[in-house]
Write a protein that binds this ligand. Sequence first.
Ligand code: ADP
Ligand code: MG
Ligand code: ZN
Length: 480
Amino acid sequence: MKYEPVIGLEIHAQLRTRTKIFCGCSTAFGAAPNTQVCPVCLGLPGALPVLNRQAVDYAIKAALALGCQVQQESVFARKNYFYPDLPKGYQISQYERPLALHGGLDITAGGAKRISLTRVHMEEDAGKSLHEGFPDSDRRTYVDFNRSGVPLIEIVTEPDMRSAAEAAEFFSCLRDILVWLGVNDGNMEEGSLRCDANVSVRPAGQREFGTKAEVKNVNSFRYVQKALEYEIDRQIDILEGGGRVVQETRLWDSAAGRTFSMRGKEEAHDYRYFPEPDLPPLIVDAARVETVRLTMTELPEARRRRFVAAYGLPEYDAGVLTQSSALADYFEQVAAAAGNSKAASNWVMGELLRTLNDRGKTIDDVPLTPRALAGLIALIDKGAISSSIAKDVFAKMYDSGRTAEDIVAEEGLAQIGDESALLSIVRDVIGRHADAVAQYRAGKAATFGFLVGQVMKGSGGKGNPKLVNQLLTRELDRSS
Ligand code: ADP
Ligand code: MG
Ligand code: ZN
């Protein structure tokens, strides 16, 4: 029997604010344990939280980029549970009324597909239990509260993914967007981005979902994929053996390459959520949403689509040109100045990227201005220089900073469009290549290309190709 996996992800992303979500302590990673703490993030009695405005703006930004509806009013809630790294005995999160609803993200693995989102909400991170690295780690666990109160957003997807590969791709695309926006540093080793993967399997064709297991805190794309692959196989084996999957929370052991049970349904927490009495509802008006929207640069995916639609570029070109925003900006400036977007794309993707690559440079170091490259394209479009000469001019411009016009004028590189000058070269070539001419006349059309090449060579690469073709055809046909 065939089985189909069903996967939904819950992703926690630390926001890149300088200070924590409810106090002024630093969020910098790697400081000595418990040096970035205060009564608020240590949960001392009587300390009151004050919401970090920047954290809210970052959360709004992420929500907008993910196509979510930002809610005008959302509510912080206490999620009660006991754990040594949670000094207050509750985490401040959002529950019934999250910051943002709906939205989605497109992935491409195995065909384009949209993964819908359920919600994006704000919450605080917990401290960190250190089970290893101390002389008495066999007997003791230490706690570092520097992470306590670092702002997080949690992004929850609908159960829309159908393979481990799709889930890994979703996670990776999401990371790219959050990093591009500047709201998350994407550093998964430091735990800035973590994924809880929910997975169930069902017999192919069955409508109802199977019972899910949740694999907690997986912190790399590869591990998300591997943990899910393992879990899918495990659940299929259970069903094949006539058993039932139990609802539980599991952990991924990357060394062993397997998941293991952390707690079952019976031990599941009852968080007894209730609205946080120390914080008023969070009000985000339309003006604030618009202000945040204005700080957003166009996302790579949207820009790629616009390049195809507005400039008529092939998908491939659009993909290459939107690999970085600096490259995309450069291309747009060349296209605007040259008034020829396909030529701009060819030159940026071709000679420019090749030259940067050869010299181990990036677009940020490019010495050639977009206007200068546009000047070269304009000379080609006017028919003033041939495209092979243009490549030499490009190399000279790149190194000297001179304009294409100057180089062409000073070095006599202008295309020969003068019929009598080219005609004598054509006649000379026909005279010197009797064999090729005979072959051409015997019907071997490929020889024509060779003869064109000879004429171009004779003209120092400056012959106007169209005219060379015309003259050569005329002369060959005339004397046959
Ligand atoms: P819970 O109440 O256990 O937290 P939720 O309904 O909030 O469950 O869903 C948590 C995550 O699990 C979401 O990403 C959701 O898409 C996913 N999910 C829900 N049901 C299933 C299922 N049967 N199989 C796989 N994923 C599921
Ligand atoms: Mg849930
Ligand atoms: Zn603090």
